[in-house]
Design a protein around this ligand. Structure first.
Ligand code: ATP
Ligand code: SKM
Ligand code: MG
Length: 170
């Protein structure tokens, strides 16, 4: 494992598998694991309520504070980010500065299948398929800044974790 890297940061659209793959990476590497959505829910309240109370921009400010505090800790860790963490330039810069940034991708059809039964994502509620297509179009270049891109459409979460570890060992 590349000795200088102390953070692996997973970015990507909702349902690309950041939370799932982060658990496998943490287990396999023996590193700590944090998920910005989970930290927000533990400290601030549920994401849906935060969107209702503060709006998306209020949520983004909370998310940015949580992300930066996770990035600035000294310990070796895997950080799964929320799908919209990449929208703020200051977040992108901080992620590139502090670790190895991996963008998970998947095609829209697979994402819809993965997220359709889950009501925890406020931006997808209602017309889930329509919302996935619309937001994917808005964010089509939002994940391009990452050091590595990995298409998880036909990969299992374990295969994705293995490929990230292989990329780090090169
Ligand atoms: N490679 C994969 N193949 C099949 N299903 C997957 C894969 N990765 C994740 N999933 C499933 O898709 C769903 C969403 O995964 P997950 O919560 O990890 O996505 P996420 O990227 O963290 O989303 P969000 O941005 O909303 O936090 C889960 O039910 C998970 O089991
Ligand atoms: O892509 C997004 O904007 C979001 C993704 C989720 O991880 C949550 O952070 C929230 O539902 C918003
Ligand atoms: Mg997640």
């Amino acid at each position: 494992m590349e000795q200088r890297i102390s953070k692996i940061i997973l970015v990507g659209f909702m349902g690309t598998g950041k939370s799932t793959v982060s658990r496998l990476l943490a287990e396999q590497l023996g590193w700590s694991r944090y998920d910005s959505d989970e930290v927000i829910e533990e400290t601030e309240g549920t994401i849906s309520v935060l969107f209702d109370t503060h709006g998306e921009s209020g949520f983004r400010n909370i998310e940015s504070k949580v992300l930066v505090s996770l990035l600035e800790s000294e310990e070796r860790s895997i950080i799964a980010t929320g799908g919209g963490c990449v929208l703020m330039e200051q977040n992108r810069e901080a992620m590139l500065k502090h670790g190895f940034v991996v963008a998970l991708t998947a095609d829209a059809g697979h994402i819809i299948e993965r997220v359709k039964a889950d009501t925890s994502r406020p931006l997808l509620q209602g017309d889930i398929a329509g919302n996935v297509h619309r937001i994917m179009e808005q964010r089509k270049h939002a994940y391009d800044f990452a050091h590595l891109r990995l298409d998880t459409t036909s990969l299992s979460p374990q295969d994705a974790a293995d490929m990230i570890i292989q990329a780090l060992q090169k």
